[in-house]
Design a protein around this ligand. Structure first.
Ligand code: ADP
Length: 450
């Protein structure tokens, strides 16, 4: 196992990784920006190195600074968490070249999955159904118009380098395509520095359901079931749960088997997530693969009893998985609400100081957070205050548990998404499992006055 692990991240996920390392008995190194000197990840790691000023381009994304911190602390592995450098194949390569283990899959696989239209092709060849779509749009507008005609409207334009819902545009008619292409390309350039976009058939009534997989370096792969992530705003997840109220055991086994087979085909090693959209007629399609730990991993941990971060570390250390698919037993239901410092109506960030922060307590509740009283949510990083995860024997119990947990959460000083979560949890369609990716818009429309 590793001598020491450096955590190239901040916030709740840095703390989460520290928890896993402590349980494995591996010392940790935190890196931090000047804005984070009073952060809990700095306090709880065994060592800490300041790697630059507040803007992430000068600190958490500064590869030479992160690598230098690893070298001066004699670290032999780096956990990237999610965001920042987690899906940088270049960073994974630099780690490798410096003799440091990157806790994640190989740079080649990260690169393949990071280019979403390349990933689509690879996964199609590996046997997964993909949404009808195109390669990267090249050349004249007329070829894009022809392709869209063939796919059939509505189509969705996506950035090949995409993430965080950026650079996506839904187009309903040929008339709107040229303009939308230009906007999406510009958005992609400003968000990712690369303008490549492609088209996919847009599924109007869709559910986002993703499969967690774990794979070792010796060819063993298992899936840990699914996470239902259909409650979204601006194509970004707000509530996640496992199991999905939509999947039957047969469908779970079928998609899980395909996901495992696809992971094996691309020689995937470590934890990864394959995301699918399901339409309302039982069809499902691969949309992308995330080659890192996900924000919503705790719901899977509750229902499987596995510690995904410890598994990632073990697998990066080339240990064998040590269990097979039939050893994975699913129990109960888990639900996660992302509590962001955000205006619950406009979703605009609401940075500031938390005058009071009191997380919920009680049976079946887990809180992953790096916040405390007087903690400052800065405008430099994401606005996540806490992830609250409820576990129950069934969906109804975890919903009730989550509702009371949110009632018992005190956050003063900034706006939060808690009131929105409360409305969703009380909604009859949500409670009945009738959810899809436009659930929120529909709920807001239905409750609009007049
Ligand atoms: P990103 O990487 O930017 O998060 P994704 O490809 O994961 O982008 O898509 C984000 C969300 O957009 C999905 O969860 C889903 O709600 C919606 N979406 C993506 N592709 C489609 C599609 N072909 N049809 C309908 N909705 C889609």
């Amino acid at each position: 196992m590793f001598r020491k692990i450096l955590i190239a991240n901040r916030g709740e996920i840095a703390l989460r990784i520290i928890c896993a390392c402590k349980e494995l008995g591996i010392p940790t190194v935190a890196v931090y920006s000047q804005a984070d000197q009073h952060s809990l990840h700095v306090r709880f790691a065994d060592e800490a190195v300041c790697i630059g000023p507040a803007p992430s381009s000068e600190s958490y994304l500064n590869i030479p600074a992160v690598i230098s911190a690893a070298e001066i602390t004699n670290t032999d592995a780096i956990h990237p968490g999610y965001g920042f450098l987690a899906e940088s194949s270049y960073f994974a390569e630099v780690c490798e070249a410096c003799g440091i283990t990157f806790i994640g899959p190989s740079p080649e696989v990260i690169r393949m999955m990071g280019d979403k239209d390349v990933a689509r092709k690879a996964m199609k060849e590996a046997g997964l159904p993909v949404v009808p779509g195109t390669d990267k749009i090249q050349g004249s507008i007329s070829s894009a118009l022809n392709a869209a005609d063939e796919i059939g409207y509505p189509v969705i334009i996506k950035a090949a380098a995409g993430g965080g819902g950026k650079g996506m545009r839904i187009v309903h008619s040929a008339e709107d395509l040229p303009n939308a292409l230009e906007i999406a390309q510009n958005e992609a350039i400003s968000a990712f520095g690369i303008g490549g976009v492609y088209l996919e058939k847009y599924i109007p009534v869709a559910r986002h359901i993703e499969f967690q997989i774990l794979a070792d370096h010796h060819g063993s792969v298992v899936h840990l079931g699914e996470r239902e992530c259909s409650i979204q705003r601006r194509h970004q997840k707000l509530i996640e749960e496992s199991p999905s109220p939509y999947l039957t055991p047969e469908l779970r086994a079928e998609v899980g088997r395909l996901a495992v087979q696809a992971a094996r085909t691309v020689h995937y090693a470590n934890a990864g997530t394959m995301e699918f959209v399901f339409d309302d007629r039982g069809h499902y399609y691969f949309i992308e693969m995330n080659t890192r730990i996900q924000v919503e991993h705790p719901v899977t941990e509750f229902v499987t009893g596995l510690d995904l971060v410890k598994e990632q570390i073990r697998l990066a250390g080339r240990e064998p998985l040590g269990y097979t698919q039939k050893d994975i037993v699913f129990r109960g239901n888990a639900l996660e609400c992302r509590i962001n410092a955000e205006c619950p109506d406009t979703f605009l960030p609401s940075p500031g100081k938390l005058k009071t922060f009191h997380p919920p307590v009680g049976i079946g509740i887990r809180v992953d957070s790096a916040a405390y009283n007087e903690y400052v949510i800065t405008p430099y990083y994401d606005s996540l205050i806490a992830k609250i995860i409820a576990f129950g024997r069934n969906r109804q119990e975890s919903i009730r548990r989550m509702k009371r947990a949110l009632e018992m959460t005190v956050v003063e000083g900034v706006h939060t998404t808690i009131p929105l979560h409360q409305r969703i949890l009380s909604n009859e369609d949500f409670r009945a499992g009738r959810i899809h990716t436009h659930f929120l818009e529909q709920m807001n429309q239905n409750s609009a006055p007049g």
